[in-house]
Design a protein around this ligand. Structure first.
Ligand SMILES: Cc1cc2nc3c(=O)[nH]c(=O)nc-3n(C[C@H](O)[C@H](O)[C@H](O)COP(=O)(O)O)c2cc1C
Length: 326
């Protein structure tokens, strides 16, 4: 068998395929349909300190080659997750990566500290696509449906290297568990943001979250989403995401988790060739809950076909075209 294993800090993954945050719920819901132990790991839906109802419907809109979502961080809150969901996940046989989002470094450090003490959490992913409250647009404490995306421009922590550094550094002080900083692609230059995460102690950088987008219905003259704007995911964003991994990974020492529109093993291989060490499968789960497991199988077949002993030999090997095309 080819060696597909990879490490994120002190965490050893048996293969480099994760289920992306928010696309397989808390994991528990998928345990019956999918043999989760076949995955390298799974990332939970993002948790906030208090429960959140999320945005007003509709929360999903189809696009020609992807999906717009404006779920609005609906979740049961960290405490309920730790007491009600995590115990059921301990036996699934794959590392559980807990995704967290907070409004301030202090709040994030509190949450990270709580996960640090929890049995069964292998690592923590920091969802840094949270409003940067310094710029005046907090999430609000209300568990009622929110429509914060209605504003024309929401400044996110992941837009600003210093804000990223503060969030990651506070988290680093609160745990020795591996920390993943998940960034937003909606910046002019990802390198300073990714380097800030690395400098502050992140063990890996996930590139990336969804791209802000919108879709309008000319008949009703309304957005197709209750929150007006949403995050674009799926095949439409794959070339954009592969490029950002290639552009950014070369400047980092820590591993990059590449994601955006991965449906099949071929798509995952693009990210690995571009410089990612790990990949995550998201939107593909809505069409096929076994999508990530199928990617693992496909990577094994690719290694056999290309006589690779270890998949990591491929990392960052992308070359320009040999020039035989039109
Ligand atoms: C319905 C939906 C919900 C999502 N929820 C989260 C979330 O809770 N936290 C997070 O960090 N990313 C979330 N994402 C983003 C995905 O984890 C992923 O970064 C993005 O969709 C790109 O990958 P994909 O094209 O394979 O879906 C969500 C995506 C979708 C489609």
């Amino acid at each position: 068998m080819p060696d597909l294993s990879v490490t994120i800090g002190s965490l050893i993954l048996k293969n480099p395929v994760l289920a992306a945050a928010g696309t397989i719920g808390y994991g528990v819901e998928f345990a019956e349909a999918v043999t989760l132990c076949e995955l390298g790991g799974l990332i939970t839906k993002t948790l906030t300190q208090r429960p959140r109802e999320g945005n007003l419907p509709p929360r999903l809109a189809e696009t020609p080659s992807g999906m717009l979502n404006a779920v609005g961080l609906q979740n049961i809150g960290l405490e309920a997750f730790l007491s009600e969901k995590l115990p059921a996940l301990r036996d699934v046989g794959t590392p559980i990566i807990v995704s967290l989002l907070a409004e301030s470094p202090e709040e994030l450090a509190d949450m990270v500290g709580a996960v640090d003490h929890a049995e069964g959490a292998a690592a923590i992913e920091l969802n840094l696509s949270c409003p940067n409250i310094k710029h005046g647009s907090g999430l609000g404490a209300s568990p009622e449906p929110r429509t914060e995306n209605r504003s024309r421009f929401v400044s996110l922590v992941a837009h600003e290297p210093q804000a990223v550094e503060r969030m990651v550094a506070a988290s680093r002080r609160a745990t020795r568990k591996p920390l993943i900083a998940k960034l937003s692609p909606d910046v002019t230059d990802l390198i300073p943001v990714a380097q800030a995460a690395e400098r502050a102690g992140a063990d890996a950088v996930a590139l990336s979250n969804t791209y802000v987008g919108m879709s309008l219905d000319p008949e009703t003259r309304r957005s197709r989403l209750g929150a007006m704007t949403g995050g674009l995911s799926g095949p439409a964003i794959r070339p954009l995401a592969v490029y950002r991994v290639w552009y950014t990974a070369q400047t980092l020492r820590v591993p990059v988790i590449g994601l955006g529109g991965i449906l099949r093993a071929e798509d995952a291989l693009e990210f690995l060739l571009a410089g990612a060490s790990v990949v995550a499968v998201g939107t593909a789960h809505f069409a096929d809950p076994r999508a990530a497991v199928k990617v693992v199988r496909g990577l094994e077949r690719y290694c056999a076909r290309h006589q690779l002993n270890a998949l990591r030999e491929l990392r960052g090997q992308a070359q320009p075209s040999a020039g035989h095309g039109p």
